[in-house]
Write a protein that binds this ligand. Structure first.
Ligand code: PEP
Length: 249
């Protein structure tokens, strides 16, 4: 882990029912979580209010998406104002499922990030390469381009956590090796140093996501530039998610 406070997010994606989420929240409320870790969970929109109201204040809540501007005549969208209204503190933007399945591009994601940050939400900004991009030696190029799209528009870096999530590792059980993750995290930090500022590079948390679980988290957490995790599948199990939170070294 690096010098910033460890940050662990749980991305529940499009999973759960009222009952399963009630149980998950109750498990989370009763587990012991290291105090020196920021912990955030991201339920589906329809359960955000339920989760925000039932989780203890120890864990903050994130949305999985937000609209690019002020709410209004945008059928099916959820505004940043509405998220703030129910006590949501964060939003995940640029997740690979939204980039590659829904088709969101860098510019659209950048607009969302700028709007959310201007309105006071924290942003978990996701970047990461596809398998074919890695195999073609383009990992850094892809990550830097996605990073630049955020850097070009964000008002400040105070409220941003960068999640490096290689697409080939998401939901596949194929976790990046600690060395593979560390290599990209250092490169991202270096990019921030050169293109934003030394201060932003050293204080911005860069977390890893992609098949993190209770068994592989400790080795990853030892890497100097891994400042936490974004966890999908394993965040749906309270005790395993707690193990990941508590893997901070
Ligand atoms: C994610 O969706 O952000 C993620 C990392 O998923 P998983 O942990 O299931 O690979």
């Amino acid at each position: 882990a690096g010098s910033g406070k460890f940050f662990v997010g749980g991305n529940w994606k499009c999973n759960g029912t009222k009952d399963s989420i009630t149980k998950l929240v109750s498990d989370l409320n009763s587990t012991k979580l290291e105090t020196d870790v920021d912990v955030v969970v991201s339920p589906p929109f329809v359960y955000l209010d339920q989760v925000t109201a039932s989780l203890t204040g120890r864990i903050e809540v994130s949305a999985q998406n937000s609209w690019i501007g002020k709410g209004g005549a945008f059928t099916g969208e959820i505004s940043v104002e509405q998220l703030k209204d129910i006590g949501c503190k964060w939003v995940i933007l640029g997740h690979s499922e939204r980039r590659h399945i829904i088709g969101e591009d860098d510019q659209f994601i950048g607009k969302k990030a700028a709007y959310a940050l201007n309105e006071g939400l924290g942003v978990i900004a996701c970047i990461g390469e596809l398998l074919e991009e890695r195999e073609a030696g383009k990992t850094f190029d892809v990550c830097f381009q996605q990073l630049k799209a955020f850097a070009d528009v964000v008002p400040s870096w105070d409220n941003i956590v960068i999640a490096y999530e290689p697409v080939w590792a998401i939901g596949t059980g194929k976790v990046a090796t600690p060395q593979q993750a560390q290599e990209v995290h250092v490169a991202v930090r270096d990019w921030l140093k050169k293109n934003v500022s030394e201060e932003v590079a050293s204080k911005t948390r860069i977390i890893y996501g992609g098949s993190v679980n209770g068994s592989n988290c400790a080795e990853l957490a030892k890497q100097e530039d891994i400042d936490g995790f974004l966890v999908g599948g394993a965040s749906l199990k309270g005790p395993e998610f707690a193990t990941i939170v508590n893997s901070v070294t």
